[in-house]
Ligand binder design. Structure first.
Ligand SMILES: C[S@@+](CC[C@H](N)C(=O)[O-])C[C@H]1O[C@@H](n2cnc3c(N)ncnc32)[C@H](O)[C@@H]1O
Length: 396
């Protein structure tokens, strides 16, 4: 297609080839998986860091990562990186940043500040200092005093102080991508969608293999597997993105990226099973799968995960599961019986398969695996909300 330059928004032509420094947030403990995913998606080198990843990309890459990454939460264009020890340092550095390429004079903005480490000030103090600096800088450059709207801003400027490292970014995503928009049934112990996706990637599931979540609750893991396999972008569920409020947004380029993604969506037959013992959750899981548009490939079966061989039509190749933790009941014996029962059923039925399991009862899982001779080849710690959990990869 030939682009009509005269119809392009001011500056858009230059922005097409421009590279942006990007910082994307993700689940603590899964940064390497998010990096690999983004590298494969965009063909760039993404570098893992604590709870975030860094990479460079252009406008199309920014759209693509927002629409297709299943492991990242928010994607920020990094406009400043420096060292700051005091609120004065923060004020001076943010004042030196030009945001006129991102925020239009008519837009409102808000600072979202975060702080890690020991400081004699709070994140609210950081937000106040950075907010004043943004207004001052914009006034100096454009002669316009930007409006602040803390509740519903057009543009969010993210300021992070990690010990003495200061990072300033413009939010291109808006609300975190882990909120997919398809959940109509809220399971009380639902797994975060981004963790579910990272576990699926960790399993190295091939699309011709049988995939199983034997304790699927509201079916987050099977649904994420189907959406990943079918390459369904996040805008399929009507979400809006913050980049549409940014000056760099180019509707024509965005439409082209969306059109390409639409062509890549597959309707391939897949073998994805979810098993769940509670009829209420089975019903919720089916409703979630239907809302996500994948009920044709996600089959939810009511049954007991310790007796899979009695009712599952196919033996699984890849098993990914979010095990009950027993936090409230805290009955290690009952948990141990359940974990051992599942592992035994899998080895009776599947013979050899690989399992990715997340649980906060890590010791119970280790002992259960050992008792049935399952080989744990990897264990990693992740943060699931505020709870420390372990993800195990093992072979049966
Ligand atoms: C941590 S929740 C899974 C939540 C799910 N990942 C989600 O996002 O909605 C664990 C689930 O295992 C189910 N469960 C417990 N024992 C089971 C068994 N023996 N067979 C099958 N499901 C079982 C529970 O009913 C619960 O829904």
């Amino acid at each position: 297609m030939v682009r009509d330059i005269s119809k392009m928004p001011q500056g858009a032509w230059e922005r097409l080839g421009m590279k942006y420094s990007v910082m994307a947030t993700t689940v603590t403990g899964l940064e390497d998986i998010a990096s690999k995913e983004v590298s494969a998606l965009l063909g760039v080198e993404a570098r893992p860091d604590r709870s975030r990843i860094f990479f460079e990309t252009d406008l199309e890459g920014m759209y693509l990562a927002n629409l297709r990454s299943r492991c990242i939460h928010r994607l920020f264009i990094l406009v400043h990186r420096g060292e700051a020890k005091s609120l004065d340092d923060i004020y001076e550095q943010v004042k030196s940043v030009s945001l006129t390429d991102y925020i239009s004079p008519q837009s409102s903005f808000a600072i979202r500040a975060q702080r890690h480490g020991e400081h004699p000030f709070t994140s609210l103090d950081i937000a106040a200092a950075a907010g004043g600096a943004v207004i001052e800088a914009y006034l100096r450059e454009k002669g316009v005093r930007l409006r602040v709207d803390l509740r519903n801003p057009d543009v969010e400027v993210y300021v992070l102080l990690r010990n003495s490292e200061l990072l300033v970014g413009v939010n291109t995503t808006g609300e975190s991508l882990h909120k997919r928009g398809y959940r109509v049934y809220d399971h009380p112990a639902a797994i975060k969608t981004t963790i579910a996706s990272a576990m699926i990637l960790l399993s190295e599931w091939r699309l011709d293999e049988v995939f199983l979540d034997p304790m699927c609750g509201g079916a987050t893991i099977p649904i994420e597997a189907a959406l990943l396999a079918r390459r369904i972008p996040h805008n399929a569920f009507g979400r809006s993105f913050a980049f549409t409020n940014l000056l760099l947004h180019d509707p024509e380029v965005y439409a082209k990226v969306c059109e390409n993604l639409r062509k890549q969506v597959s309707r391939d037959e897949l073998q994805i099973y979810g098993v769940e013992i509670s009829p209420k959750h089975v019903d919720g899981a089916r409703r979630n799968a239907s809302s996500a548009g994948v009920s044709d490939v996600v089959r939810v079966i009511e049954g007991d995960a310790t007796r899979l061989e009695e009712f599952l039509p196919f033996s699984p190749d890849k098993v990914v599961v979010n095990l009950p933790y027993g936090i409230r009941s805290s009955r290690p014996k009952a948990l141990s019986k359940l974990y051992t029962g599942l592992l035994k059923s899998l080895s009776r039925f599947a013979g050899s398969c690989s399992l990715i399991a997340i649980t906060a009862a890590a010791q119970v899982f280790r002992e259960s695996a050992q008792s049935v001779g399952a080989e744990i080849v990897e264990e990693r710690r992740v943060l699931h909300g505020n709870l420390e959990a372990s993800i195990f990869k093992c072979f049966l």
